[in-house]
Design a protein around this ligand. Structure first.
Ligand code: FMN
Length: 328
């Protein structure tokens, strides 16, 4: 058991959150993380509509009695307002513990979510958005550094600076995301001023994540040099693993492709196909630079235990060089 404002706010044992992941953040993965003492999150978009999300939430309830959340990604190309309303309705009706919002401002949905007692964690790639979110009344902000998977923003500021800066300027709890996979990253994030961490790539490479074994094995062999940024041309930078469709998307962008043209390559449906078939070039796959530190596919419990036990070991190491309670 560790205590920060994040563990208190969410009623969890450890301030470790599994970020939403389109198609992969299912009830099974979320429940495994919550059962291990963190906060698991179901990706609403993968559930289709509000009814689908309610079914997934209920499935998660059968697998855990611990708190868990849902992710509502609001990127304009992914979800229209009607679908977002349905997901918000489902979150409120099912009384999930938390909602991770991302992609654009959660302002229109805050009164309903907060009115229902649901904690809202808004995920952003820049300090200025964290400040706006704080002003709007979200409960916590997750900041994603440029090394992170998914959409780490256009500013190219990495986690080390982003977290410290955010912790200086907002008063609500800051959650660090991007580049964290183990005890070292966890302790570093806390040292920078974060009160919790959020990980995507690490939880993608676990036994409980349903992605095809071939995809997970391929990624486990990848290095920190094997990711790339696409979608800059549509102002929506995405960090993905290098593969044929990612290279093709970049080439199309260089030729000035429209969003509609790009979608034929970057569509999430194609990523789903890759996860299902194990065919690595079927679609564009989100992946963080932290993949260079990940070379195994353990169970979620092992990931969590390594972080907690490892954090204590690092504390002892720091003590050995003279950094400890009461030292001057
Ligand atoms: C395969 C994959 C899919 C993702 N899909 C989403 C998504 O649908 N919505 C979202 O807000 N973030 C998504 N993310 C981003 C994660 O929630 C998280 O912010 C990011 O992975 C943190 O960086 P890390 O990978 O270095 O841990 C995805 C990440 C991965 C690896």
């Amino acid at each position: 058991m560790l205590r920060t404002r994040i563990t208190e706010m969410l009623g969890i044992e450890y301030p470790i959150i599994q970020g939403g992941m389109m198609w992969l953040a299912t009830a099974e993965l979320a429940a495994a993380v919550s059962n291990a003492g963190g906060l698991g999150i179901i990706a609403a978009l993968s559930c289709g509509d509000g009814d689908g999300l309610r079914r997934e939430i209920n499935k998660c309830r059968e697998l855990t009695d611990k708190p868990f959340g849902i992710n509502i990604s609001m990127l304009p190309d992914l979800a229209n307002d009607e679908r977002i309303e349905e997901f918000v309705d489902a979150a409120v009706a099912e009384q999930v513990a938390a909602v991770e919002t991302a992609g654009r401002t959660p302002e229109p949905y805050l009164p309903r979510l907060k009115g229902a007692g649901i904690k809202v964690i808004h995920k952003v790639p820049a300090v200025r958005y964290a400040q706006t979110a704080e002003r709007l009344g979200v409960d916590a902000v997750a900041l994603v550094g440029f090394e992170g998977a998914g959409h780490p923003g256009m500013d190219e500021v990495t986690t080390f600076v982003l977290i410290q800066k955010a912790a200086r300027v907002v008063t609500i709890p800051v959650i660090a995301a991007g580049g964290i996979c183990d005890a070292r990253g966890f302790v570093a994030a806390l040292a920078l001023g974060a009160e919790g961490v959020l990980m995507g790539t690490r939880f993608m490479l676990t036994r409980e994540c349903w992605a095809h074994e071939r995809i997970k094995a391929w990624l486990a062999n990848a290095t920190e040099l094997d990711t790339m940024i696409i979608e800059r041309s549509i102002n929506n930078a995405a960090r993905v693993i290098k593969n044929e469709p990612a290279a093709r998307a970049l080439a199309m962008e260089e030729r000035g492709a429209t969003l509609a043209e790009l979608l034929t390559v970057i569509s999430g449906q194609l990523a789903r196909q890759a996860y299902q078939t194990g065919e690595r070039d079927a679609g564009v796959i989100s992946c963080g630079q932290v993949i260079g530190l990940i070379d195994t596919v353990p169970g979620v419990n092992e990931v969590m235990a390594e972080i907690i036990n490892g954090a204590h070991a690092i504390y002892r190491q720091l003590g050995a060089i003279g950094i400890h309670k009461g030292s001057t």
